[in-house]
Design a binder for this molecule. Structure first.
Ligand SMILES: *Cc1c(COP(=O)(O)O)cnc(C)c1O
Length: 368
């Protein structure tokens, strides 16, 4: 069976280095908010070319805490609108609604799966105070235009970079374009921990300062609480593991791009639509390779029969979820068609040549 993502194989390549790192933490006797986190934050900030990285417990908290901090700073208030892609993973929308802000859903481009200025403009109104662009599946949005639009209309930008570690446009990485960005290090992400972890990237000193307190009970000084904070910390073991894995991220991304290029060149089945890239080779880090077909369940079955696992990202958009009953009547035809047609095929830096061959052949042989 060709697994969709073989995490065991991905991590076992680095097991001796990771074991050394974990042993160092165990023997240090210091497990929360210590040197390992500081080092990882510094290294990841250098990687993204931003001034500050603040480690938190997961990607949802990263998004959530930035919006919470902006509310505390008076930059946002209850009921303000935040533009978000209608086809995103639900976490982006949860961060908005948890902060008593209103998600303003925006249709994506049907080929890149990302929102752009044209679609943003079409939903923009005076309620909107922020944009939450999601670099979905690993492809960075057309950020130069989005930043220009935000500046013109005095809007905040919070990038959801949970799927796009290392993607870049005009030499500027995902996470360095907005006023702040949220990253996830969920195990299956391109930079994945061995448990939950996340981080915020920003060039804003005041925001970074507030976030350092917010993630730790609203406290900068022990037992002095200046904000109604939360407990959302990235622990020392995960930070140590992430520091090891960060060193190999670019190598893995290169491998993902090689696999994606083979898929793009060699998948020729006319029943399958391949993903589009905008902004050049560095714009996409291929967290997922997502194809579209009107015959999804048949294709998924055919691949399963051929020993190939696939997944759907995602079967149901946020506005159609039971949790968001208030939005269930909203209609987003582009988004809904995407959710009916997308299929993610194996994308894993440890895939071997014969496995890639097999995926390509099986897809090309498919007839509905
Ligand atoms: C994974 C993901 C998140 C949330 O990250 P967690 O670490 O699971 O909380 C947010 N947004 C997107 C687009 C994601 O893919």
């Amino acid at each position: 069976m060709i697994e969709f993502l073989n995490l065991k194989k991905i991590n076992s390549r680095l097991s001796s280095e990771i074991e050394v790192a974990c042993k160092r933490v165990i023997e240090s006797g210091w497990y929360i908010l210590g040197e390992e986190l500081k080092n990882f934050e510094k290294d990841f900030a250098a990687y993204c070319n931003v001034k500050h990285v603040i480690g938190v417990a997961n990607g949802l908290d990263a998004l959530n805490l930035v919006l919470k901090a902006w509310k505390l700073q008076g930059k946002l208030k209850d009921g303000d609108g935040v533009i978000v892609p209608a086809n995103t993973y639900i976490a982006s929308v949860l961060a908005i609604s948890e902060n008593n802000l209103i998600p303003i859903f925006c249709e994506p481009d049907p080929y890149t799966f990302n929102i752009n200025v044209t679609s943003i403009e079409s939903v923009y109104d005076t309620r909107v105070k922020a944009i939450l662009p999601v670099h979905l599946y690993g492809q960075i949005c057309e950020m130069a235009e989005i930043v220009k639009f935000a500046e013109k209309n005095n809007l905040l930008i919070l990038e959801d970079a949970a799927q796009s570690h290392g993607s870049s446009l005009n030499g500027i990485k995902a996470g360095a374009w907005g006023h702040a960005a949220g990253f996830s290090f969920y195990p299956g992400k391109n930079l994945g921990a061995m448990g939950d972890a996340g981080a915020i990237a920003t060039n804003d000193d005041e925001l970074a300062d507030a976030l350092m307190a917010l993630r730790n009970y609203g406290s900068k000084e022990k037992y002095k609480n200046i904000y109604v904070g939360v407990n959302s910390r990235l622990d020392e073991i995960q930070a140590a593991i992430l520091s090891v894995k960060l060193k190999y991220l670019d190598e893995d991304t290169k491998r993902r791009r090689e696999i994606a290029n083979r898929y793009l060149d060699e998948i020729t089945n006319s029943f399958v639509t391949l993903p589009s890239i905008k902004g050049g080779e560095n714009a996409h880090v291929w967290h997922l390779f997502v194809i579209k077909t009107k015959h999804r369940s048949l294709l998924q079955q055919h691949l399963q029969t051929n020993g190939i696992s696939t997944l759907i990202h995602y079967p149901l958009p946020p506005h159609k979820q039971e949790a968001y009953a208030e939005y269930n009547t909203f209609k987003f035809p582009v988004t809904e068609e995407i959710h009916e047609q997308v299929l993610s095929i194996p994308m894993d830096p440890t895939l071997e040549k014969q496995q890639i061959d097999k995926v390509i052949t099986a897809i090309n042989e498919f007839k509905p």
